[in-house]
Ligand binder design. Sequence first.
Ligand code: HEM
Length: 485
Amino acid sequence: MIWTILLLFHGILFFFFLSNRTRSKREPPLDKGVIPWLGHALDFGKDAAKFLTRMKLKHGDIFTVRVAGRYVTILLDPNSYDAVLQDTTSLDFTRYAQVLMDRIFNLKLPNHKPDSEKSIMRRHFQGESLTCLNHAMQNHLWTLLTFETTAQNQTNWKQDGLFGFCYSLLFRAGYLTLFGGEQKNNCMDAANVYMEYQKFDSLLIKMAHTTLKSGEKQTAGSVKQRLWELLAQAGLRDNSSLWLQSYRQHLKEEGADEETQRKAMLLQLWATQGNVGPATFWLLAFLLTHSEAMRAMRKEFNSATMPGTITLDPQQHTPVFDSVLEETLRLTAVPFITREVLQNKTLHMADGQEYDVRRGDRVCLFPFVSPQMDPEIHHEPEKFKYDRFLNADGTAKRDFFKGGRRLKYYTMPWGAGTNACVGKPFAIQSIRQFVFLVLSHLDIELSDPEAQVPAVDASRYGFGMLQPIEELQIRYKLRERPCVQ
Ligand code: HEM
């Protein structure tokens, strides 16, 4: 009894301490919100972009908010981002990542060494190995796309939702490329994994926020169980990529048991397959609703094929595609870059101001608000402009300014610093290849010619690629004679 009272007393003291925090002069503006302990958690979770834009108007480029008992300092000046990204001593990436790993994947890795994992991945996602992966991905995309279109009567249009069409094809091709699959029945295996993954993905944000209702908890549990079983052989069979085989071997050497290894396979499935499909959806949605962009894209692809073939020359530069992708990601890639403060620290801002942040707090960059949607950097930032990242002479545009200073970070869909996306070149080539295949081998159009790009699901802000709130209906059929025009 005495222990219960003591614990309760400490709990109340701790709660009081957290609620009663006051700002010292050298700290960023503090906004605790009106709800005790929760602070701004509800607004943050509902639509982080809207909430943080409102806070920026109120407090400026740096401020601290209370979110479910934690104090989070938000930094929104891209000229000052390096103050966070380059400090790996006082600011730590792994702790928060581990919290999410546990919440979403029930995964606790023994002797977790993120640097070794990253170096395994870097080794397999560059140079000769990357060329092999790109080639395998291209073959799987081609097989799945032709299977999809010839399974029906070739001359008939097929109706579909563009999001499901892109996500399902890229996910299955990516899964077969990296994870391998049942030797005898590749396509069914990949389709089963995709089906279960979709259920998992639909609950992912609630898992991360720990807001699953009791029925959803059960569903999440059983879906994860099924995925762990489906992924049991990933990295063990010969047709898994060399990267996944090395990673699984690494897990064994680190002392991870069989169950932990399977859980880690699901984590990798999410990291490698969760963004490419949605990114390609947005890109094609913008092309289908912006005829000038579509014309420019087709023209460029037409001149980038290998002579006498309908195959994209991997050596050819495609600046129009690069700009379309950059612009698509500027509007729809929305990561949080979060660090845990390990020791009290002073943040030096680009304008000369200094702010103290406290040990135990988190610091978070949200590049979507700035640079990506910052009107000072990108004129009419809410509009899709396919040539925003092109100079007048057709070369890639890299000069963007804020406060008179040239920006190092003018868009940040791939993260930055030590935790920047390792799979970026593979992702870009997969998207480029898929868009090329679709435009050259399919007649594809909007079911309703007046349809617009759907709104985003605002609850997904902060978790990488956004997803649409509803489908964009398309119809497509295989071209009798493939060509890009
Ligand atoms: C459009 C597609 C993609 C986008 C927008 C994207 C974006 C990102 C971002 C923003 C991060 C940093 C996360 C953070 O700081 O917390 C990241 C990390 C990562 N990405 Fe990607 N990614 C994509 C595709 C891929 C692909 C295809 C792979 C692998 C095949 C991949 C592998 C990784 C890995 C392993 C990390 C973790 C790096 C680390 O912890 O240091 N990504 N990605």
